[in-house]
Write a protein that binds this ligand. Structure first.
Ligand code: FE2
Length: 383
């Protein structure tokens, strides 16, 4: 059977790369730019390097700094409007997943006659976009290299996958040095969760996504605890930045599924950072899915130095899951109980998870009862 390797957009990678934003924007034909960021990123001064680079390239810009967690639809609309009023022909997103997703979605709205309702319509389609450049300030989402922007529909409270391309990514590990320890952990494990779900995705899995996913497991497992303890460790931050981007490229082909449907439910219901949900569910997804592609997970075990007692697919996935849970706890990832959750809170995510279409994209399609059982297991095994 043949398969397609999608390579979505060029990536400029390396320490200090953000200082080349002006040159890249010029090459992309951008003459007036809308910068999108959240207030924290602006406060930390992370937009300064990009502003200086645009100044040097003679590209005027305006900054929208109202991005909120989970990219609510109204922020996307407001940013698109600001870009339009400024006459922007390019959008530069600087931030974590919410910002990059909002920026990609705004590049669909900016300068078009598409409104909020059309943007969120459940008909996946590519539309014309103004050029965008995505500059991540966390290592986790890989959103700078995917064709989907997750936007929160504030009327239904569901997260909606909007088809919106990244045109160019600038991945500069130095932009991640200020990420605090907890966010370093949960964003890093989010990258691992992308690799994990790409491996057991039923939608266009291919050798390329497997190669990327294996590498993400290796890099995240070995470098995440180093970066958490030593935030300005250049080697660790560089490894996590490439892992995050590779994770995005893996699931651009082989989409995430059940784990992300569960994490989206937790985020929508309780407004926790996306990475917490992804981290908690990842071991359970391995326990549920790995026997559908056991050879891949025997390889994963080797890459993360997990010694297995058996290669029996009915047993070894549980050993990998336990090993990962122990590592996450050792690194300092809080448990659901630490954050005040009760078992019932997780069970209450069943319906949302079932209604997320992506919950069926994995090698196994869970029933509603199985979803409830898995959510309960996520809670039980993490407390
Ligand atoms: Fe994710």
């Amino acid at each position: 059977m043949s398969c397609t390797f999608n390579q979505l957009c060029p990536v400029l990678f390396g320490a200090g790369a953000a200082a080349e934003t002006g040159r890249v924007a010029k090459e992309q034909g951008i003459t007036r730019a809308l910068i999108m960021a959240d207030p924290k990123v602006v406060e930390l001064g992370l937009t300064k390097k990009i502003e200086a680079s645009l100044d040097e390239a003679g590209i005027p810009y305006v900054i929208y700094d109202g991005i909120e967690t989970d990219a609510p639809d109204y922020t996307v609309v407001a940013a698109g409007k600001m870009g339009e009023e400024f006459g922007a022909d390019g959008i530069i997103g600087i931030g974590g997943g919410s910002t990059l997703d909002a920026a990609k979605a705004a590049s669909v709205l900016n300068g078009s006659d598409i409104g909020r309702d059309e943007l969120l319509a459940p008909i996946p389609q590519f539309r014309p976009q103004v050029k965008n450049i995505m500059i991540p300030t966390t290592s986790g989402t890989g959103s700078e290299n995917t064709a989907v922007a997750v936007v929160t529909n504030t009327e239904t409270h569901y997260k909606t996958g909007v088809f919106a391309l990244s045109h160019y990514a600038i991945v500069d590990p130095e932009m991640t040095y200020t990420v605090p320890r907890d966010a370093t952990l949960y964003t890093g494990i989010d990258a691992m969760s992308h690799a994990n779900e790409a491996l057991c995705s039923a939608m266009n899995p291919n050798p390329n996504t497997d190669i990327l996913a294996y590498d993400v497991f290796d890099r995240v497992f070995h470098w995440l605890p180093v970066a958490a303890d030593d935030p300005e460790n250049a080697e660790a931050r560089e490894n996590l930045a490439i892992a995050s981007n590779a994770g995005g490229r893996a699931f651009a082909d082989a989409p995430v599924h059940l784990g992300h449907a569960m994490a989206h439910a937790m985020g929508a219901n309780y407004h926790i950072p996306h990475g917490y949900g992804c981290a908690w569910v990842t071991p359970v997804i391995i326990e549920y899915m790995a026997d559908a592609c056991p050879k891949k997970y025997l390889k994963v075990a080797k890459l993360i130095d997990c010694e297995l007692s058996t290669d029996d697919p009915a047993v070894f996935p549980h050993e990998i899951a336990e090993y990962l849970r122990a590592a996450f706890k050792k690194w300092g990832l809080p448990t659901p109980k630490d954050l005040g959750f009760k078992r019932e809170d997780f069970l209450n995510c069943t319906e949302y998870t079932k209604n997320e279409i992506m919950s069926t994209f994995g090698l196994k399609k869970p029933t509603e009862d199985e979803i409830r059982e898995l959510l309960g297991k996520v809670y039980d095994t993490y407390c």
